[in-house]
Design a protein around this ligand. Structure first.
Ligand code: C2G
Length: 131
């Protein structure tokens, strides 16, 4: 049993998020996803996500490729989350390349290429300009 763990905000859920989660799942036998809380986003970016955390978490939890979700309360708790969920592999998009190599003492760390030309920020800008 190889459990995979990944983290993200998944705001205004899109196909780039889906592809990342499906590829992460295919690297192991089960996928657990830490969804960042609204408070964490506010602390990091000074604004809340468009979708509140319970909706972001419900969308991610409903996906066929996802086995379990939890609140990512702090960026500093990754080691604790990896150990708590007994994950053997940490997967992140390559926008985080090298940033989590410090966890390679407790699990494998893999960065997958981001899907080009799609992002929550671009979607919000498009919606605003079309309005
Ligand atoms: N992603 C992707 N392709 C895109 C957009 C996003 O593969 N076009 C991936 C990101 O690389 C990330 C995941 O989808 O692995 C979630 O993206 P975000 O919601 O933007 O999450 P992020 O803000 O990077 O995570 O501890 C990390 C934090 O929770 C923040």
């Amino acid at each position: 049993m190889k459990r995979v763990i990944t983290f993200g905000t998944y705001d205004v859920f899109h196909a780039g998020h889906l592809r990342l989660l499906e590829r992460a799942r295919s690297e192991g036998d089960g996928l657990v996803v830490g969804v960042s809380t609204d408070a964490l986003n506010f602390a990091k970016k000074g604004r809340n996500p468009i979708y509140p955390e319970h909706e972001r978490k419900a969308i991610v939890a409903a996906l066929r490729c996802v086995d379990d979700v939890f609140d990512e309360q702090s960026l500093e708790l990754k080691r604790e989350y990896i150990l708590h969920y007994d994950a053997q592999l940490l997967v992140m998009g390559d926008d985080w390349s090298g940033r989590f190599d410090e966890f390679s003492d407790i699990c494998e760390v893999l960065y997958l290429p981001r899907t080009p030309s799609i992002s929550t920020t671009a979607l919000i800008e498009k919606i605003q300009s079309d309005a």
